[in-house]
Design a binder for this molecule. Structure first.
Ligand SMILES: C[S@@+](CC[C@H](N)C(=O)[O-])C[C@H]1O[C@@H](n2cnc3c(N)ncnc32)[C@H](O)[C@@H]1O
Length: 256
């Protein structure tokens, strides 16, 4: 599998990009642009559908209100908007990508439309609806057919995703940190899947204290860079990579 190097070489603890330093005007404009991606399709039947526009294409997502992972969370739109607008720095073409807690599948779908080879994962109960949405929106539109498969955080990672053969360029996650009892397992999963040269792009809605302390604990294990901060949506987007990883940039720098 091909890999991509993390893009910066210093340890930017709490480093912020211009997008998150720029203040309320940028927040409001960015939030408006992100929310404008959503439209409400005409009622098709008893099911709840949501519409989104990414990559110049309409994406129709079937939700179901009885499961957590079966409704779309706004962090997913933030992550998709970022990926589409930052293709120069985060080019997904031909990259190996895994999404954790994919839910209704928007991030998987947009990443696939942007040319990535995506492994889309979630709990077993969610996979039927996820597969439906992914197939409906990617069939005949993507270079690679996304793989939808079970990944329960912290379980059977060695057996199901051997590290020698499962090297991911990107781990994507939207709104997987909230008050659930599997935060440690989620942390372990990030740690297991994130190899040298893997980048994590993770959008998170801030709600309660446990989520904030997760970020602190995460920072102890990974380099963490804030890419977007959207107070009006209570969402932040982070990029992270291994603390013990050596980037190509660093190796190159060491030669000179
Ligand atoms: C709040 S939803 C976010 C869904 C989607 N990423 C989005 O932004 O629309 C959280 C997702 O994490 C999944 N999830 C929760 N606990 C999990 C676990 N222990 N292992 C794997 N996935 C889990 C849920 O099924 C759900 O799809």
């Amino acid at each position: 599998m091909e890999t991509q190097q993390p893009k910066t070489m210093e340890d930017p603890k709490n480093r912020q990009t211009d997008a998150c330093k720029a203040g309320p005007a940028v927040d409001a404009e960015l939030a408006r642009a992100i929310m404008a991606r959503q439209f409400h399709p005409p009622v098709i039947g008893p099911e709840v559908w949501e519409g989104y526009v990414f990559s110049g294409l309409e994406i129709l997502i079937k939700e179901s209100t009885d499961l957590y992972g079966a409704v779309l969370w706004p962090s997913a739109m933030v992550l998709c908007h970022f990926l589409e607008n930052n293709r120069d720095k985060y080019n997904l073409l031909d990259k190996n990508v895994i999404e954790l807690g994919a839910g209704t599948g928007l991030v998987t779908i947009v990443s696939s439309l942007l040319g990535a080879k995506v492994t889309s994962t979630d709990l077993p109960d969610v996979l039927g609806n996820l597969q439906y949405n992914v197939t409906r929106n990617t069939k005949g539109r993507c270079k690679y057919t996304p793989l939808v498969t079970e990944l329960i955080w912290g379980q059977e990672l060695n057996q199901r995703f051997p590290r020698a053969t499962h090297r991911f360029d990107y781990i994507l996650a939207a709104d997987v940190v909230y008050a659930h009892p599997y935060l440690q397992e989620l942390m372990d999963t990030f740690e297991y899947l994130c190899q040298e040269n893997t980048q994590i792009l993770w959008a998170m809605r801030f709600r309660l204290d446990p989520e904030n302390s997760f970020v602190d604990r995460f920072r102890q294990r990974f380099h963490l860079e804030e890419l977007y901060s959207l107070p009006s949506l209570s969402i932040k987007l982070y990029r992270a990579w291994r603390r013990d990883g050596t980037t190509k940039d660093l190796r190159e720098a060491a030669k000179h």
